[in-house]
Design a binder for this molecule. Structure first.
Ligand SMILES: CC(C)(COP(=O)(O)OP(=O)(O)OC[C@H]1O[C@@H](n2cnc3c(N)ncnc32)[C@H](O)[C@@H]1OP(=O)(O)O)[C@@H](O)C(=O)NCCC(=O)NCCS
Length: 165
């Protein structure tokens, strides 16, 4: 897989990225509510348990169980016979942002989709969401189209695409 970024940011605490399990969902949902004006409901995350693109960043914070610092939900669907990846959700706990965790999660989700033979990956992002836009650009996403009034408050979404081949 061609990576656009090789000089990965090193996170401060030891961080493990792994597939999400049911026990992570409350922490994931807490981060979701802290990150979005219109958060996904809890049950939306339940639906994605077991897919290779639902990943959490597990930070060794000195406690017995560690802490969930962020997550990504990405899946793939067939379009014209070929699987296309979709990054549906990504967020990092506000207190862990700016340490490379979002980039690590996105990179691992792209790896998971690449292994599923996707030719490209798409996502939607608010046009005002500068941190996310900067992150996606670093990973080779380019603006493909605009979805007018995509969000409930009327803001447009930029549809970004990353080609693998
Ligand atoms: C977008 C988000 C996931 C980034 O997570 P993060 O762990 O803070 O990001 P990282 O520390 O890995 O940063 C990776 C890159 O993202 C960009 N970035 C992150 N925070 C940024 C900020 N505040 N301003 C501008 N760019 C930023 C930078 O390009 C950064 O690379 P750099 O460190 O080389 O400058 C996080 O800000 C977040 O959870 N936001 C709220 C939820 C959200 O908007 N999700 C996206 C929905 S489409």
């Amino acid at each position: 897989m061609t990576r656009h970024r090789t000089d990965r940011v090193t996170t401060v605490e030891p961080t493990r990225t792994r597939e999400a399990v049911r026990a992570d969902l409350l922490a994931v949902f807490r981060i979701e509510k802290a990150s979005f004006a219109q958060p996904w409901p809890y049950r939306a995350f339940e639906r994605f348990l077991g897919i290779p693109g639902f990943l959490v960043a597990d930070v060794d914070d000195g406690g017995e169980t560690g802490a969930i610092a962020g997550y990504v939900v990405a899946d793939s669907e067939r379009q014209r016979g070929r699987p296309v990846g979709h990054v549906k959700d990504i967020a990092v706990d506000p207190s862990y942002r700016g340490r490379g965790i979002g980039a690590t999660l996105l990179e691992r989700a792209l790896d998971a989709m690449y292994r599923q033979q996707v030719g490209r990956v798409k996502l939607e992002v608010r046009e005002s969401n500068e941190p996310a836009l900067a992150l996606y650009r670093q990973y080779g996403f380019v603006h493909r189209s605009t979805a007018t009034s995509y969000y409930a408050d009327g803001e447009d979404a930029l549809v970004l695409v990353r080609e693998f081949d």
